[in-house]
Design a protein around this ligand. Sequence first.
Ligand code: SF4
Length: 331
Amino acid sequence: MSLLELDAVEVEYTRRGRSSVRAVAGATLSLERGQVVGLVGESGCGKSTLARAAVGLVAPTGGAVRFDGETLTPLTRRARPRREAKLQLVFQDPYSSLNPRRRIGVQIADGLTILGLVASPAARDARVAELLSQVGMAADAADRFPHEFSGGQRQRIAIARALAAEPSAIVLDEPLSSLDASAQAQIANLLVGLARDLDIGMLLISHDLAIVRQVADVVSVMYLGVIVESGKTGEVWNQPLHPYSEALIGAVPKVDGTGTLPAALPGEVPDPANPPTGCRFHPRCPYAMDRCRVDEPPLVAVADERVSACWLNRPGAPIVPLTERSAPAAT
Ligand code: SF4
């Protein structure tokens, strides 16, 4: 049993006077304690909606979210803080989640007080100092206001606030995208250290595959509401099985300034209100076959701890790297 399990989760919105949108159309992934799982995909693929479903902010319209063996259901106002404590969400913009008029020590202490985790003001202050230290900040930062910190420091403060609740898992929705490259690398390393040291599962949502490669044990690739590939990060990076994964990885610049693959991914993510028939990726896929335009490929295990949703990858069949496929295979 995994700490956090998303089992064929669907999230559908009804737009007033317009057709409904399945922002998440059956997404499956799992997260263990002490593990960092990266969820990657282009903007608009449903990552953030899935993050909100994972922490119970959005109710799935299909499938299930299980946390610590229990299916997440809407809770009463009284019960909600306890569950939310164990499953925290960190947002992209730390500034908008911090109150500009309150000292950050007070804001970090809120969770400690609400959850009854400290017995006295002295214990509260000591715990705030400890939390700041865990995210690499000095204790006297507690007396300052959010605007006195850089973007990277504010994200550290947001992480300290999440840690105050002693969570088992943290979902981080694009936590690095507003930071410069140096701050990104530092925060990414911080997250890995915290996951290992505190045995916390971290689901890191990002459009930046290079960052995810740096920190994640496992990567799941999402396209237009569905997971199309999952596996150990190094294996997916070195030998992507799904053409979309291959395109994403190929678009990551190498240190010499070139991409690993010459072809950029053509076109844009289709409208989720009107997804393509068959494989959702087929209009952009260089390997598309007739079957791909009709039948949607299921997400299936194709190797140990490796799943893919592509007709090119069939369970039990030998894995042929995409780069070695010269022409579309027979349908
Ligand atoms: Fe491409 Fe077909 Fe695989 Fe979809 S199922 S990714 S269209 S080869």
